[in-house]
Design a protein around this ligand. Structure first.
Ligand code: NDP
Length: 334
Protein backbone atom coordinates (compact mmCIF):
# COMPACT_ATOMS: atom_id res chain seq x y z
CA UNK A 1 0.00 0.00 0.00
CA UNK A 2 1.91 3.02 -1.29
CA UNK A 3 1.41 5.93 1.11
CA UNK A 4 2.44 9.58 1.45
CA UNK A 5 3.43 10.39 5.03
CA UNK A 6 4.42 13.63 6.70
CA UNK A 7 8.06 13.45 7.76
CA UNK A 8 8.10 16.41 10.15
CA UNK A 9 6.15 19.50 11.10
CA UNK A 10 6.75 22.34 8.68
CA UNK A 11 7.65 25.95 9.31
CA UNK A 12 7.84 28.39 6.41
CA UNK A 13 7.56 27.22 2.83
CA UNK A 14 6.95 23.44 2.57
CA UNK A 15 9.24 21.28 0.44
CA UNK A 16 8.84 17.85 -1.12
CA UNK A 17 11.29 16.58 1.47
CA UNK A 18 8.76 17.28 4.24
CA UNK A 19 6.83 14.29 2.88
CA UNK A 20 7.85 10.77 2.00
CA UNK A 21 6.35 8.05 -0.17
CA UNK A 22 6.58 4.74 1.70
CA UNK A 23 5.30 1.17 1.39
CA UNK A 24 2.73 0.50 4.12
CA UNK A 25 0.28 -2.26 4.90
CA UNK A 26 -3.28 -2.08 3.58
CA UNK A 27 -6.25 -3.18 5.63
CA UNK A 28 -8.37 -4.95 3.04
CA UNK A 29 -11.17 -6.35 5.20
CA UNK A 30 -13.75 -4.72 7.44
CA UNK A 31 -13.50 -6.01 11.03
CA UNK A 32 -16.63 -8.15 11.65
CA UNK A 33 -19.49 -6.28 13.28
CA UNK A 34 -18.13 -2.81 12.43
CA UNK A 35 -19.61 -0.44 9.82
CA UNK A 36 -16.39 0.64 8.04
CA UNK A 37 -15.47 0.70 4.37
CA UNK A 38 -12.34 -0.42 2.58
CA UNK A 39 -11.62 2.06 -0.20
CA UNK A 40 -9.52 1.90 -3.30
CA UNK A 41 -8.47 5.49 -3.84
CA UNK A 42 -8.74 6.82 -7.39
CA UNK A 43 -8.29 10.61 -7.39
CA UNK A 44 -6.92 12.80 -4.60
CA UNK A 45 -7.39 16.53 -4.30
CA UNK A 46 -4.47 18.84 -3.48
CA UNK A 47 -5.69 21.77 -1.40
CA UNK A 48 -3.86 24.78 0.04
CA UNK A 49 -5.40 24.25 3.51
CA UNK A 50 -3.33 21.07 3.84
CA UNK A 51 -0.33 23.33 4.48
CA UNK A 52 -1.94 24.50 7.73
CA UNK A 53 -2.31 20.90 8.84
CA UNK A 54 1.46 20.39 8.47
CA UNK A 55 2.12 22.77 11.37
CA UNK A 56 1.66 21.92 15.03
CA UNK A 57 -1.07 24.15 16.49
CA UNK A 58 -1.50 25.05 20.13
CA UNK A 59 -4.34 25.85 20.72
CA UNK A 60 -5.81 23.52 18.06
CA UNK A 61 -6.76 24.90 14.65
CA UNK A 62 -10.18 24.50 12.96
CA UNK A 63 -8.98 21.21 11.49
CA UNK A 64 -6.69 18.56 13.02
CA UNK A 65 -2.94 18.78 12.46
CA UNK A 66 -1.30 15.97 10.52
CA UNK A 67 1.02 13.78 12.58
CA UNK A 68 4.62 13.13 11.54
CA UNK A 69 5.02 9.52 10.44
CA UNK A 70 1.33 9.19 9.58
CA UNK A 71 -0.41 9.17 6.21
CA UNK A 72 -1.70 12.51 4.91
CA UNK A 73 -5.41 12.74 4.22
CA UNK A 74 -7.69 14.94 2.16
CA UNK A 75 -10.76 14.88 -0.04
CA UNK A 76 -10.69 12.27 -2.78
CA UNK A 77 -12.70 9.94 -4.97
CA UNK A 78 -12.65 6.25 -4.07
CA UNK A 79 -14.24 2.93 -4.93
CA UNK A 80 -15.72 0.77 -2.18
CA UNK A 81 -14.05 -2.65 -2.21
CA UNK A 82 -15.43 -3.96 1.10
CA UNK A 83 -18.32 -2.66 3.18
CA UNK A 84 -19.70 -3.26 6.64
CA UNK A 85 -22.33 -0.54 6.20
CA UNK A 86 -25.85 -1.28 4.91
CA UNK A 87 -25.94 1.88 2.74
CA UNK A 88 -22.73 1.11 0.82
CA UNK A 89 -22.05 -1.76 -1.54
CA UNK A 90 -18.89 -3.09 -3.10
CA UNK A 91 -18.35 -1.15 -6.33
CA UNK A 92 -19.95 2.09 -5.10
CA UNK A 93 -18.09 5.27 -6.04
CA UNK A 94 -17.81 7.78 -3.20
CA UNK A 95 -16.03 11.01 -2.35
CA UNK A 96 -14.90 12.27 1.04
CA UNK A 97 -11.80 12.49 3.20
CA UNK A 98 -9.48 9.58 2.54
CA UNK A 99 -5.80 8.75 2.95
CA UNK A 100 -3.01 9.72 0.56
CA UNK A 101 -2.47 6.04 -0.19
CA UNK A 102 -3.67 3.34 -2.55
CA UNK A 103 -6.11 1.71 -0.12
CA UNK A 104 -7.75 3.24 2.94
CA UNK A 105 -9.96 2.04 5.73
CA UNK A 106 -12.81 4.47 6.48
CA UNK A 107 -14.34 3.87 9.92
CA UNK A 108 -17.12 6.45 9.38
CA UNK A 109 -18.86 5.79 6.05
CA UNK A 110 -21.57 8.37 6.76
CA UNK A 111 -19.00 11.12 6.11
CA UNK A 112 -18.80 10.04 2.43
CA UNK A 113 -21.06 11.12 -0.41
CA UNK A 114 -22.05 8.57 -3.03
CA UNK A 115 -21.26 9.81 -6.52
CA UNK A 116 -24.58 10.36 -8.26
CA UNK A 117 -23.21 11.23 -11.70
CA UNK A 118 -20.51 8.71 -12.63
CA UNK A 119 -21.19 9.61 -16.28
CA UNK A 120 -19.14 12.78 -15.69
CA UNK A 121 -15.35 12.52 -15.19
CA UNK A 122 -14.88 11.18 -11.65
CA UNK A 123 -12.01 13.61 -11.10
CA UNK A 124 -14.55 16.47 -11.09
CA UNK A 125 -15.53 15.27 -7.62
CA UNK A 126 -12.15 16.45 -6.33
CA UNK A 127 -12.83 19.95 -7.67
CA UNK A 128 -15.78 21.52 -9.37
CA UNK A 129 -18.24 18.90 -8.01
CA UNK A 130 -16.41 18.42 -4.72
CA UNK A 131 -15.20 20.47 -1.79
CA UNK A 132 -13.67 23.33 -3.80
CA UNK A 133 -16.71 23.73 -6.04
CA UNK A 134 -19.00 23.79 -3.02
CA UNK A 135 -16.73 26.40 -1.43
CA UNK A 136 -16.92 28.67 -4.44
CA UNK A 137 -20.68 28.26 -4.83
CA UNK A 138 -21.61 28.73 -1.17
CA UNK A 139 -19.20 31.61 -0.55
CA UNK A 140 -20.28 33.46 -3.68
CA UNK A 141 -24.00 33.04 -3.26
CA UNK A 142 -24.48 32.89 0.52
CA UNK A 143 -21.90 35.46 1.61
CA UNK A 144 -21.18 37.51 -1.53
CA UNK A 145 -24.90 37.72 -2.41
CA UNK A 146 -24.23 38.80 -6.00
CA UNK A 147 -26.73 41.08 -7.73
CA UNK A 148 -26.86 41.65 -11.47
CA UNK A 149 -24.45 44.41 -12.42
CA UNK A 150 -22.23 44.03 -9.35
CA UNK A 151 -18.50 44.51 -9.82
CA UNK A 152 -16.74 41.38 -8.63
CA UNK A 153 -13.04 40.84 -8.06
CA UNK A 154 -11.58 37.35 -7.51
CA UNK A 155 -7.96 36.72 -6.49
CA UNK A 156 -6.16 33.41 -7.21
CA UNK A 157 -8.83 33.23 -9.86
CA UNK A 158 -7.63 30.27 -11.93
CA UNK A 159 -8.66 27.65 -9.34
CA UNK A 160 -12.08 26.21 -8.71
CA UNK A 161 -13.49 29.51 -7.57
CA UNK A 162 -12.54 31.23 -10.79
CA UNK A 163 -14.29 28.55 -12.79
CA UNK A 164 -17.58 29.52 -11.14
CA UNK A 165 -17.25 33.28 -10.98
CA UNK A 166 -19.06 34.13 -14.17
CA UNK A 167 -22.10 32.16 -13.07
CA UNK A 168 -22.86 35.06 -10.78
CA UNK A 169 -23.95 37.09 -13.81
CA UNK A 170 -21.77 39.99 -12.66
CA UNK A 171 -18.89 41.94 -14.14
CA UNK A 172 -15.93 39.82 -13.03
CA UNK A 173 -12.21 40.56 -13.01
CA UNK A 174 -9.62 38.10 -11.72
CA UNK A 175 -6.01 38.33 -10.63
CA UNK A 176 -3.54 35.52 -11.26
CA UNK A 177 0.22 35.02 -11.24
CA UNK A 178 1.03 34.43 -14.92
CA UNK A 179 0.07 35.66 -18.38
CA UNK A 180 -0.94 32.12 -19.31
CA UNK A 181 -3.50 32.16 -16.51
CA UNK A 182 -4.71 35.63 -17.54
CA UNK A 183 -5.38 34.19 -20.95
CA UNK A 184 -7.20 31.19 -19.46
CA UNK A 185 -9.49 33.45 -17.45
CA UNK A 186 -10.40 35.55 -20.47
CA UNK A 187 -10.75 32.82 -23.07
CA UNK A 188 -11.97 29.80 -21.12
CA UNK A 189 -13.63 31.03 -17.93
CA UNK A 190 -15.32 34.01 -19.61
CA UNK A 191 -13.94 36.67 -17.25
CA UNK A 192 -14.60 40.24 -18.35
CA UNK A 193 -10.98 41.07 -17.59
CA UNK A 194 -7.95 39.70 -15.76
CA UNK A 195 -4.47 40.79 -14.74
CA UNK A 196 -1.16 39.34 -13.63
CA UNK A 197 -0.57 40.64 -10.10
CA UNK A 198 3.14 39.86 -10.34
CA UNK A 199 3.45 42.51 -13.04
CA UNK A 200 1.62 45.19 -11.02
CA UNK A 201 3.98 46.93 -8.59
CA UNK A 202 1.10 49.14 -7.39
CA UNK A 203 -1.94 46.94 -6.71
CA UNK A 204 -4.10 49.91 -5.70
CA UNK A 205 -3.44 51.58 -9.06
CA UNK A 206 -4.16 48.32 -10.88
CA UNK A 207 -7.50 47.88 -9.11
CA UNK A 208 -8.46 51.48 -9.88
CA UNK A 209 -7.76 50.75 -13.55
CA UNK A 210 -9.95 47.65 -13.61
CA UNK A 211 -12.64 48.98 -11.29
CA UNK A 212 -12.97 52.74 -11.86
CA UNK A 213 -16.32 52.59 -10.04
CA UNK A 214 -15.10 50.33 -7.22
CA UNK A 215 -15.71 46.72 -6.19
CA UNK A 216 -18.99 45.34 -4.80
CA UNK A 217 -17.75 41.82 -4.00
CA UNK A 218 -14.19 40.76 -3.36
CA UNK A 219 -13.82 36.98 -3.29
CA UNK A 220 -10.79 36.77 -1.03
CA UNK A 221 -8.38 33.93 -1.70
CA UNK A 222 -4.96 35.44 -1.05
CA UNK A 223 -4.91 38.03 1.79
CA UNK A 224 -1.90 40.24 2.52
CA UNK A 225 -1.10 43.16 0.22
CA UNK A 226 -3.91 42.31 -2.18
CA UNK A 227 -6.53 42.53 0.54
CA UNK A 228 -5.03 45.80 1.76
CA UNK A 229 -5.26 47.30 -1.74
CA UNK A 230 -8.78 45.94 -2.25
CA UNK A 231 -10.02 47.62 0.93
CA UNK A 232 -9.18 50.99 -0.64
CA UNK A 233 -11.28 50.12 -3.68
CA UNK A 234 -14.43 48.63 -2.19
CA UNK A 235 -17.76 50.35 -2.69
CA UNK A 236 -20.05 51.25 0.18
CA UNK A 237 -21.75 48.15 1.64
CA UNK A 238 -19.42 45.87 -0.34
CA UNK A 239 -19.10 42.22 0.67
CA UNK A 240 -15.90 40.25 1.21
CA UNK A 241 -16.25 36.48 1.66
CA UNK A 242 -12.89 35.62 3.23
CA UNK A 243 -12.26 32.17 1.83
CA UNK A 244 -8.49 31.89 1.77
CA UNK A 245 -5.29 33.81 2.44
CA UNK A 246 -2.77 31.72 0.57
CA UNK A 247 -0.13 34.48 0.55
CA UNK A 248 0.06 34.16 4.33
CA UNK A 249 0.13 30.37 4.81
CA UNK A 250 3.92 30.01 4.63
CA UNK A 251 4.93 33.20 6.44
CA UNK A 252 6.47 32.86 9.87
CA UNK A 253 4.94 36.21 10.74
CA UNK A 254 1.75 37.05 8.78
CA UNK A 255 1.48 40.58 7.35
CA UNK A 256 -0.83 43.13 8.90
CA UNK A 257 -3.34 45.43 7.18
CA UNK A 258 -2.93 49.20 6.83
CA UNK A 259 -6.36 49.94 5.45
CA UNK A 260 -8.65 48.07 7.86
CA UNK A 261 -10.41 51.36 8.68
CA UNK A 262 -12.08 51.10 5.27
CA UNK A 263 -14.21 48.27 6.70
CA UNK A 264 -15.78 50.89 8.93
CA UNK A 265 -15.74 53.81 6.50
CA UNK A 266 -17.39 51.82 3.71
CA UNK A 267 -19.59 49.72 6.00
CA UNK A 268 -18.25 46.51 4.51
CA UNK A 269 -19.41 43.01 5.33
CA UNK A 270 -16.29 40.90 5.86
CA UNK A 271 -17.21 37.31 6.63
CA UNK A 272 -14.91 34.38 7.24
CA UNK A 273 -15.98 31.24 5.39
CA UNK A 274 -15.32 27.56 6.11
CA UNK A 275 -16.77 25.00 3.77
CA UNK A 276 -17.20 22.44 6.56
CA UNK A 277 -20.39 24.21 7.67
CA UNK A 278 -21.89 23.96 4.18
CA UNK A 279 -21.85 20.25 3.40
CA UNK A 280 -25.54 20.06 4.31
CA UNK A 281 -26.23 21.84 1.01
CA UNK A 282 -24.08 19.49 -1.02
CA UNK A 283 -26.83 17.64 -2.92
CA UNK A 284 -28.51 20.89 -3.97
CA UNK A 285 -25.15 22.23 -5.12
CA UNK A 286 -24.29 19.00 -6.95
CA UNK A 287 -27.50 18.99 -9.00
CA UNK A 288 -27.16 22.66 -9.92
CA UNK A 289 -23.51 22.29 -10.89
CA UNK A 290 -24.06 19.10 -12.88
CA UNK A 291 -26.70 21.05 -14.82
CA UNK A 292 -24.23 23.85 -15.55
CA UNK A 293 -21.57 21.37 -16.67
CA UNK A 294 -23.94 19.48 -18.95
CA UNK A 295 -25.22 22.72 -20.47
CA UNK A 296 -21.61 23.75 -21.15
CA UNK A 297 -21.93 26.81 -18.92
CA UNK A 298 -18.84 25.95 -16.95
CA UNK A 299 -15.34 24.94 -18.00
CA UNK A 300 -13.37 22.52 -15.88
CA UNK A 301 -9.62 22.88 -16.14
CA UNK A 302 -7.62 20.28 -14.26
CA UNK A 303 -3.94 19.85 -13.57
CA UNK A 304 -3.42 16.13 -13.07
CA UNK A 305 -0.33 14.62 -11.42
CA UNK A 306 0.12 10.98 -12.27
CA UNK A 307 0.78 8.70 -9.29
CA UNK A 308 1.30 9.08 -5.54
CA UNK A 309 5.04 9.69 -6.11
CA UNK A 310 4.09 13.00 -7.72
CA UNK A 311 1.70 14.01 -4.94
CA UNK A 312 4.21 15.93 -2.74
CA UNK A 313 5.41 18.05 -5.67
CA UNK A 314 1.82 18.68 -6.79
CA UNK A 315 0.87 19.90 -3.33
CA UNK A 316 3.91 22.16 -3.00
CA UNK A 317 3.26 23.56 -6.47
CA UNK A 318 0.07 25.25 -5.24
CA UNK A 319 2.21 27.74 -3.33
CA UNK A 320 4.24 28.84 -6.32
CA UNK A 321 1.25 28.85 -8.69
CA UNK A 322 2.60 25.92 -10.71
CA UNK A 323 -0.87 24.45 -11.10
CA UNK A 324 -3.16 25.59 -13.85
CA UNK A 325 -6.71 24.82 -12.77
CA UNK A 326 -7.71 22.26 -10.16
CA UNK A 327 -4.67 20.33 -8.91
CA UNK A 328 -5.29 16.65 -8.31
CA UNK A 329 -3.43 13.37 -8.22
CA UNK A 330 -4.56 10.23 -10.00
CA UNK A 331 -3.81 7.08 -8.01
CA UNK A 332 -5.86 4.69 -10.15
CA UNK A 333 -8.45 5.31 -12.86
CA UNK A 334 -10.84 2.53 -11.87
P1 NDP B 1 -5.84 27.15 -6.58
O1 NDP B 1 -6.11 26.04 -7.52
O2 NDP B 1 -6.26 28.52 -6.94
O3 NDP B 1 -4.28 27.11 -6.23
C1 NDP B 1 -3.71 28.03 -5.42
C2 NDP B 1 -3.24 29.25 -6.24
O4 NDP B 1 -2.94 30.31 -5.35
C3 NDP B 1 -1.94 29.02 -6.98
O5 NDP B 1 -2.14 28.39 -8.22
C4 NDP B 1 -1.40 30.44 -7.14
O6 NDP B 1 -1.89 30.98 -8.35
C5 NDP B 1 -2.05 31.19 -5.98
N1 NDP B 1 -1.02 31.64 -5.03
C6 NDP B 1 -0.07 30.89 -4.41
N2 NDP B 1 0.70 31.66 -3.61
C7 NDP B 1 0.23 32.92 -3.74
C8 NDP B 1 0.62 34.18 -3.18
N3 NDP B 1 1.65 34.28 -2.33
N4 NDP B 1 -0.08 35.28 -3.54
C9 NDP B 1 -1.10 35.20 -4.41
N5 NDP B 1 -1.52 34.04 -4.97
C10 NDP B 1 -0.86 32.92 -4.64
O7 NDP B 1 -6.44 26.79 -5.17
P2 NDP B 1 -7.95 26.60 -4.72
O8 NDP B 1 -8.90 27.09 -5.77
O9 NDP B 1 -8.09 25.22 -4.25
O10 NDP B 1 -8.01 27.53 -3.43
C11 NDP B 1 -8.09 28.95 -3.54
C12 NDP B 1 -8.20 29.54 -2.15
O11 NDP B 1 -9.38 29.07 -1.50
C13 NDP B 1 -7.05 29.17 -1.20
O12 NDP B 1 -6.70 30.31 -0.45
C14 NDP B 1 -7.65 28.12 -0.31
O13 NDP B 1 -7.02 28.05 0.94
C15 NDP B 1 -9.06 28.60 -0.21
N6 NDP B 1 -10.06 27.57 0.17
C16 NDP B 1 -10.79 27.81 1.30
C17 NDP B 1 -11.77 26.95 1.70
C18 NDP B 1 -12.59 27.28 2.89
O14 NDP B 1 -13.43 26.50 3.32
N7 NDP B 1 -12.41 28.44 3.47
C19 NDP B 1 -12.01 25.68 0.96
C20 NDP B 1 -11.21 25.55 -0.25
C21 NDP B 1 -10.27 26.47 -0.60
P3 NDP B 1 -1.22 32.26 -9.07
O15 NDP B 1 -0.41 31.72 -10.19
O16 NDP B 1 -2.41 33.03 -9.48
O17 NDP B 1 -0.37 32.96 -8.04
Amino acid sequence: NKQVVLKRYVTGFPTEDDMEVVAGIARLAVPPGTPGLVLKNLYLSCDPYMRGRMTKHDPPSYVADFVPGEVLENFGVSKVIASGHPDFEVGDLVWGVTGWEEYSFAPKPESFFKINHPDLPLSYYTGILGMTGLTAWAAFFDVGKPKKGDYVFVSAASGAVGQLAKLTGCYVVGSVGSDEKVNLLKTKFGFDDAFNYKKEPDLDAALKRYFPEGIDIYFENVGGQMLDAVLLNMRKHGRIPVVGMISQYNLKKPEGLSNAIMILAKQLLVEGFLVFDHFVKYRKFEEEMVGFIKEGKISCVEDIADGLEKAPAALIGLFSGKNIGKQLVVVARE
